[in-house]
Design a binder for this molecule. Structure first.
Ligand code: AMP
Ligand code: MG
Length: 445
């Protein structure tokens, strides 16, 4: 209801039954005509020329109270022209997961799509087993993906590709409209937005799980929360997704994959750069080379802040990696360790790398012209106490499926203030016991 308010949607006048009808697509408001979007995409590295919204429909757009334009989309509302062999439905589990995790991301400060509603349909959907169905309502600053560009580019449909490009720039990056080489400016904008987003993920131990080009929004918002999860004990190669057998989208690959995805977008724009394809490729490559390290730069900045370094640069990379290696070797909890570093450093006493790390870290933070208080308050501002831990998300899902919303409601409360201690929710702070660990997640498609 808070989000509805921000969007200027007047939902208060409707009772729950009417809302359930609206947010499953049974009742249309304002005579809008829903549509499914076409897109292509590289899935696990392989190009698929036609994907599209197979189980989602765009209800329409709204202008928020802050004068921003948003899409409202139903996910799991049934067949569309792009459903292929799928049923167009979602099961309730993934609906609840996306709801919790996307809202958590928002409150953690990560650019993300948001959750407006989740409805249990009362229908059964058939996956490996029969499951209760659900519909999720997503709010996004748009649903334009890298894959949307690939759709038209791969068909050689330059007219529509140009319309899409102009539209996208108008909608997301109007400040570059009068730039001399608008395609290159556009790529740089997207690189910047994706670097910001992915470095944010990395800094929170978030693993998206399916960074296919059809799941990468041009806006730089995190989108398509499928088998995503936050790590508990740190591991560079952590994978949750049951379908990511080779670890393509493992935690520590996310930056290089984001770059790989940017090159896929760049290749769509070749025809607009120069008549001579070879020349076009050369121009694009040179341009991208000049700023591609933005991804590492942003990562270093973000990780630096977590360690109390106000302006981290390339020379801090080694220190950051030493810390991460300490966490991995000692199987420490990623989220809590950044807080413990200040508050309970004795916890790392027995870690072989810790002493080396700690002395160079101390040197580094003391070199800054900052008081201990400044450093402490920085670290408390950027290091969350609460993330939606996977085993708790699973509990919330199981509860919801059984008609008990208590864990779900508690989690929604907790994630609204992730950077603050909340004594009454202490249990959500604690990592899972070995027997509570959830090691695999499913996209539920
Ligand atoms: P996702 O894994 O959610 O990124 O989906 C990849 C593609 O599969 C998209 O084109 C989806 O629309 C499509 N898809 C996923 N689940 C279904 C389903 N149950 N029915 C139809 N299409 C689906
Ligand atoms: Mg998708």
């Amino acid at each position: 209801s808070e989000l509805a308010e921000e969007l200027g949607l007047n939902l208060k006048e409707f009772d729950k039954n009417i809302l359930a009808n609206i947010f499953t697509g049974q009742t249309l408001i304002d005579n809008n005509s829903p549509l499914a979007l076409a897109y292509a995409g590289h899935q696990f590295g392989n190009f698929v020329p036609q994907l599209g919204d197979g189980r989602a429909v765009l209800l329409g757009e709204v202008i928020s109270k802050k004068n921003q334009r948003f899409d409202i989309q139903l996910k799991g509302s049934g067949h569309t022209p792009f459903s292929r062999n799928g049923d167009g439905n979602s099961s309730l589990g993934p609906v609840i997961r996306e709801y919790i995790v996307s809202e958590a991301m928002f409150h953690l400060g990560v650019p993300t799509t948001r959750a407006l509603a989740a409805v249990a349909t009362g229908e059964t959907v058939h996956r490996e087993t029969p499951l209760p169905g659900g519909v999720f309502t997503r709010v996004a600053s748009s649903h334009i993906r890298i894959g949307t560009f690939e759709y038209f580019a791969s068909r050689g449909d330059l007219n529509n590709l140009k319309i899409l490009l102009d539209y996208t720039i108008d909608r997301h990056y109007p400040e570059i409209k009068s730039d001399l080489n608008i395609c290159l400016s556009f790529l740089k904008k997207v690189a910047d937005a994706h670097a910001t987003m992915v470095s944010h993920w990395m800094s929170l131990g978030f693993i998206h799980g399916v960074m296919n080009t059809d799941n990468m929004a041009i806006s730089g918002e995190t989108i398509d929360f499928g088998p995503c999860a936050f790590m508990d004990e740190f591991s560079f190669d952590k994978v949750f997704s049951s379908i990511d057998r080779h670890g393509r989208y493992a935690y520590n690959n996310q930056i290089s994959i984001a770059k790989w995805n940017l090159y896929r977008l760049a290749s769509c724009l070749i025809p607009f750069i120069h008549k001579d394809e070879n020349k076009a490729v050369k121009i694009i490559e040179e341009s991208i080379t000049s700023y591609i390290d933005i991804y590492e730069k942003k990562w270093i900045e973000k990780m630096g802040l977590k360690l109390g370094i106000f302006e981290a640069t390339l020379k801090d990379q080694e220190l950051i990696n030493l810390w991460l290696q300490t966490l991995e070797d000692g199987e420490h909890d990623f989220t809590l360790s950044f807080r413990d570093l200040l508050e309970n450093p004795e916890l790392f006493q027995n870690d072989p790398l810790f002493e080396t790390f700690h002395s160079s870290w101390q040197q580094q933070i003391q070199r800054q012209n900052k008081t201990d208080k400044d450093i402490k308050s920085l670290m408390e501002t950027v290091n969350p106490v609460f993330i939606p831990r996977n085993h708790q998300v699973e509990r919330a899902i199981q509860g919801t499926i059984n008609g008990d919303l208590s864990v779900f409601n508690e989690m929604i409360q907790v994630i609204k203030n992730p950077y603050q201690e909340q004594a009454q929710f202490e249990s959500f702070k604690i990592p899972p016991k070995p027997n509570e660990r959830i090691t695999a997640t499913f996209c539920g498609t």
